[in-house]
Design a protein around this ligand. Structure first.
Ligand code: ATP
Length: 221
């Protein structure tokens, strides 16, 4: 379970959010400027809440009453951005292996094979990111994040830079990961249709507050 109860002042803007989600995919939905990225940055540990608690499966990552904060690189949280942010000088194989090496994890050939099949990236291993389409880059970014064996995966508008055809191409891969990767996800989007297809729970944000929480039925038509 992901539990988030945080307050944060950011200049004139404040985030004051509380929710707990058991979902495989928790959608964060809201208009531009509603605080989605700020919230995801706090979950990732890139930003510390002024007050509050963040925990995953009962394990605290932040608890300001105890002045407790787990550093970004120790949180075991994967982050996939709108632009894949692959390392341009490394081929796909090395990009995929990066998270595992940084976290000093032993190689898991079975998991590599399973993810490579799920994401259909096995034929891309010797290419560099510059030789990939936008959709292929995002599939590699998803694989790289998951091979670091995160306990939670944050996806911040992962389809945001893709056109409608590419989005339709990637969505089935995301569904496969949701159903088969065994890693809970927080999925940021301002596209209700995308979240209807992916999210089991939805946090609707407005001006830094939770305007609604529930199943996909809380999304606008
Ligand atoms: N460090 C900061 N200092 C001051 N204001 C900030 C800071 N970070 C974010 N903000 C403000 O907080 C508000 C929420 O920003 P945030 O990026 O979290 O929204 P968002 O919902 O992710 O928007 P978008 O969909 O456009 O990415 C914005 O008004 C932004 O200008």
């Amino acid at each position: 379970m992901l539990r988030v109860e945080v307050s944060k002042q950011l200049g004139q803007f404040s985030v004051d959010v509380a929710f707990a989600s058991e979902g495989r995919v928790t959608g964060l939905f809201g208009p531009s400027g509603s605080g989605k990225t700020s919230l995801v940055s706090m979950i990732a540990g890139l930003m510390t809440p002024d007050r509050g608690v963040i925990s995953v499966d009962g394990e605290a990552l932040d608890d300001t009453t105890r002045r407790f904060h787990v550093a970004v690189h120790r949180r075991r949280i994967g982050y996939v951005f709108q632009d894949a942010r692959l390392f341009p000088h490394l081929d796909v194989r090395r990009n995929l292996d990066y998270g595992r090496r940084m976290n000093r994890l032993t190689r898991d050939a079975a998991q590599e094979k399973r993810l490579s099949e799920m994401l259909n990236i096995g034929h891309l291993l010797d290419r560099r990111p510059g030789q990939l389409s936008g959709g292929e880059r995002q599939r590699v970014a998803l694989g790289r994040a998951l091979l670091a064996q995160p306990r939670l995966l944050l996806l911040d508008e992962p389809l945001g830079s893709l056109d409608e055809d590419r989005k339709a191409e990637i969505l089935p891969y995301l569904m496969l990961l949701r159903d088969g990767a065994g890693v809970p996800m927080v999925y940021v989007s301002h596209d209700p249709d995308e979240l209807r297809q992916l999210a089991s729970h939805v946090v609707m944000l407005k001006r830094g507050r939770v305007a609604a929480f529930g199943g996909p039925e809380v999304l606008p038509a």
